[in-house]
Design a protein around this ligand. Structure first.
Ligand SMILES: [Zn+2]
Length: 136
């Protein structure tokens, strides 16, 4: 399970919409299973079916998280036109250990879909997302 404040959850959808029709990506940080911060990142692939985080940005975010005593909990990206399921490439490139992989689908633009997965060595497991109110 991953716990995400409503505001950050909405922010992921806003980021996906802003980047449409290209994929967007970013990092979620926090402690335990609770997300407290989101970092939208540059998709260096500038594609609508691939993403690659900009390595220097990624390094800077990981460093900043560490300095704040937080961990990288999740990597998110958008699927502008496909469902919120990991593609074969997503599975192949899911090499960061111990993180959740969130996908924001805009396949139905009126009803964005956010799903979370654990992907370990090619094995995908869906993970529940708990959306928390801001004052919790
Ligand atoms: Zn994908």
């Amino acid at each position: 399970m991953i716990s995400i404040p409503q505001e950050i959850h909405d922010g992921l959808i806003a980021h996906a919409r802003q980047g449409f029709p290209l994929e967007v990506c970013g990092i979620l940080g926090g402690t335990g299973e609770t997300v407290t911060v989101a970092y939208p990142m540059t998709n260096t692939d500038a594609s609508n079916e691939h993403f690659m985080m900009e390595p220097k940005e990624q390094f800077a975010v990981v460093k900043e998280l560490r300095a704040s005593g937080l961990s990288m909990l999740a990597i998110y990206h958008s699927h502008p036109e496909t469902p919120a399921r990991p593609s074969e490439e997503d599975i192949r490139l899911a090499l960061t250990p111990q993180v959740s992989y969130l996908i924001v689908s805009l396949a139905d633009p009126a009803r964005p879909d956010v799903k979370s997965y654990r992907i370990e060595q090619g094995v995908v497991a869906a993970e529940p997302i708990a959306i928390t109110a801001e004052d919790e």
